[in-house]
Design a protein around this ligand. Structure first.
Ligand code: SF4
Length: 265
């Protein structure tokens, strides 16, 4: 059981993102990281509270107050993300409505999709102008190894929830896929078949570009340069630009969905 935590600020940024442009972040989770996954590449470091239970972490009123002190004229979008999985916030729908009314900017959510089996979560997420859902694995084995979900989470149930969400949702749906190693042919083929069935509006392929903090760092909600890291980190495996490009070209040519990926140095 958690207590309601009031962080110093639940709004951060703006941060520059190759995926979303200039984005102002809203953190509905608070200073302690909480997520249903504990991904090996998570920029928050080791997740402090692994949970699938929804609760109010940061009151909507507190987020509204914090938002008032951030000018939004030069931001492209507002992103709910922050210190964990935003759909764990029971006030997700309320926050989305408030942020849209206050800022008049597109408001989106980055989610790992683990709660999409819950109808209330799907309906609240549908308020967002855009939703980006993480799909890092095709096989249950890779899913457990990369995303390290809570034991009760089932990959097939996430997929079923994602398909249900797509039927309901008329906003912009992006799928985010992180590649730490090059996938085998079986996984690449199955991924394309699944995306054909889902029909997202875009796919974003990514690979880790920053070392991972070993412990939770609130500063990691934003984008800070690697040489600003004053805490212990671990280098992560990554694929090269050609692997991303070849996979992206294949997805686009087979199913015609735009695929974006970062320009790697
Ligand atoms: S789903 Fe996101 S917040 Fe949760 S552990 Fe993975 S990367 Fe971190």
């Amino acid at each position: 059981m958690f207590t309601v935590i009031t962080p110093s600020t639940s709004v951060y940024g703006p941060v520059q993102s190759w995926r979303f442009g200039r984005s102002l972040g809203i953190d509905p989770i608070g200073p302690d990281s909480s997520c249903s996954f504990n991904c090996v590449y998570c920029q928050l470091g080791e997740i402090e509270h692994q949970s699938c239970n929804r609760q109010i972490f940061v009151p909507t009123q507190k987020i509204q107050q914090d938002l008032q002190s951030f000018p939004v004229c030069d931001v492209d979008t507002i992103t709910l993300s922050g210190s964990g999985e935003p759909t764990l916030a029971q006030n997700l729908g309320e926050i989305l409505v408030m942020a849209k009314q206050m800022t008049r900017k597109p408001v989106g959510v980055l989610t790992n999709g683990s709660l999409l089996g819950d109808r209330a979560v799907r309906e609240e997420l549908a308020i967002a102008d855009w939703v980006a859902v993480k799909v890092d694995a095709i096989s249950a084995d890779t899913f457990r190894r990369i995303n390290r979900p809570m034991p009760t989470i089932n990959l097939q149930e996430i997929w079923a929830g994602l398909l249900q969400f797509r039927q309901l949702y008329s906003g912009h749906l992006a799928i985010q896929t992180m590649l730490l190693t090059e996938w085998n042919e079986q996984d690449r083929g199955e991924y394309i078949r699944r995306m054909q069935a889902l029909r997202p509006d875009e796919i974003q392929l990514n690979t880790p570009t920053r070392p991972r903090p070993l412990t939770h760092q609130l500063a990691a909600r934003g984008n800070h340069p690697p040489n600003a890291c004053l805490y212990p980190t671990r280098q992560l495996k990554q694929v090269n630009a050609e692997v991303l490009q070849v996979f992206a070209d294949r997805i686009e040519s087979v199913i015609g969905i735009p695929v974006r990926y970062p320009l790697l140095k």
